[in-house]
Design a protein around this ligand. Structure first.
Ligand code: COA
Length: 436
């Protein structure tokens, strides 16, 4: 059968497509801004017909109706990352969090840990060969679609077609339903960058050299770093994700990817979050290559890129250099994401460096992020053995290669002045010496 005929035979409305999901099955939903919101909302609207469907999702940028109170009987949310829409469900015990390095998530789908009954994904319309691109979310979404017994696809003409390895084919035997629904792709507005973020950005930028390749996390700090890179030359991108800030540096000729060791001349990422400006930039752009996360984030792949600089953030760091990036005490507020994947990859790369950049205080200046000990219940995301640089608005602390005593001192020097005295007292007790 031609792919065109296969397409017609699989085409149906969303109500019928979600009937492929059966009670007790595991459904993996496409990631972040690539979420197939129309299919997800249709499934939630038919909640009464399901019992105990496990929903596996990472960054949930849609309404996450399956995680709302009252849905417990029908859906059980298993979060691979906790965000604004799912935090309460996990906190209140209506959902679970499964810890896993991002690059290893696809292996959970194939090694018997989380076999996929249904993958619910979004894609472009097919090209002349029947290939549908997963566009801005290839990450774990493509591996889930390959591993699933049944794939439900929302075909959306608004989804950018991306290069790299981002496609499934209409003829793939496990695609059981195709639903056409055009709607704007979910956008993430650029974050507000204040004076603190700018100072952190300037400090991070001082660690970046011409020709370096960057991995940038999400949020105000990575965007603030980009503001201070305008004078640099020939930067490259090999990153879990990137957003709008990068487009500006391409237009200014700062990011060229020319000096990269792998994928020379190309951006490499596994998902994208931003505005239409970003989505238009990547659409049919042969220089933006999207691959699955088990490739992009694999530390053994990251390490092949010389001069890679990884920039991420944390919630709290103790005086030993242990960083909690995903919990506030017992409360799970996000996930490990690709933080450790890149920190370890950068550690093995020739001239690689990793930075944890964060404001010195939280909760409107009432608590220090640099603390004697992590809060009870906090998970260590980045271990003291992995950490390289810590950066706040007050400066840069190089921690790798430093003794416990020297790293404690380096961290106190970049703490907020309001908290330095109490930290110095801890230092004196712990190390039996004067802080001078
Ligand atoms: N004590 C108490 N509360 C704290 C705190 C602390 N030390 N640090 C943060 N918080 C609170 C904030 O006040 C905020 O609360 P609110 O939502 O009620 O305002 C919340 O926790 C989130 O903190 P914030 O600093 O605003 O988060 P952020 O958006 O800057 O993200 C991380 C910071 C660390 C959560 C984020 O970078 C992350 O999830 N990292 C791990 C994953 C990762 O690095 N992935 C790699 C690439 S994407």
């Amino acid at each position: 059968m031609s792919w065109e005929k296969e397409y017609q035979s699989k085409l149906m409305d969303a109500e019928k497509a979600v009937d492929f999901i059966k009670s007790g099955e595991r459904v993996v939903i496409g990631h972040a801004c690539g979420e197939p919101s129309y299919l997800v909302e249709t499934m939630v609207s038919k909640a009464e017909q399901y019992e105990n469907v496990e929903i596996v999702h990472m960054v949930a940028m849609g309404k996450a109706g399956y995680a709302q109170p009252g849905m417990e009987k029908h859906f059980r949310h298993n979060a691979l990352f906790v965000g604004g829409t799912t935090r309460k469900a996990v906190e209140e015990g209506r959902g679970d969090y499964t810890p896993c390095f991002f690059y290893r998530i696809p292996s959970l789908f194939t090694n018997g840990s989380l076999p996929v009954d249904v993958a619910m994904i979004q894609a472009t319309a097919p090209d002349e060969n029947g290939n549908m691109s997963l566009g801005i979310s290839v990450d774990y979404t493509l591996p889930a679609a390959k591993a699933a017994k049944k794939v439900l696809v929302q075909v959306n003409k608004e989804m950018p077609r991306t290069a790299g390895d981002s496609c499934i084919n209409v003829a793939d035997a496990n695609i059981v339903a195709i639903v056409e629904h055009d709607a704007p792709i979910i956008e993430l507005a650029p974050p507000k960058i204040g004076e603190v973020e700018k100072a952190i950005g300037a400090n991070c930028a001082s660690l970046i050299n011409d020709g370096d390749t960057l991995q940038l996390g999400i949020g105000a700090i990575p965007d603030a770093v980009l503001l201070f890179l305008k004078e640099k030359k020939d930067l490259g991108i090999h990153s879990e994700m990137f957003s709008d800030g990068v487009v500006e540096l391409v237009e200014q000729g700062v990011i060229t990817n020319k000096k990269k060791t792998t994928h020379v001349g190309k951006f490499v990422a596994n998902f994208l979050m931003g505005t239409k400006r970003l989505y238009d930039f990547v659409n049919n752009n042969p220089d933006v290559e999207m691959y699955s996360v088990d490739y992009v984030n694999n530390p053994l792949v990251v390490m092949k890129e010389d001069n890679i600089v990884s920039i991420n953030s944390c919630v709290q760091i103790d005086l030993m250099g242990q960083a909690a990036s995903e919990t506030v005490g017992y409360k799970q507020i996000s996930g490990v994401g690709g933080q450790v994947d890149f920190i370890r990859g950068a550690a093995m790369s020739k001239n690689g460096r990793s930075i944890l950049a964060f404001p010195s205080t939280a909760a409107k200046g009432t608590v220090s992020k640099i603390v004697p000990l992590l809060d009870e219940g906090a998970a260590v995301t980045t271990s003291r053995n992995d950490i390289d640089y810590a950066v706040t608005e007050y400066g840069i602390a190089k921690l790798s290669g430093k003794s416990l005593k020297d790293r404690a001192r380096a961290l106190i020097e970049i703490a907020h002045p309001d908290f330095r005295e109490s930290l110095k007292q801890v230092y004196e007790q712990r190390f039996h010496c004067k802080y001078e």
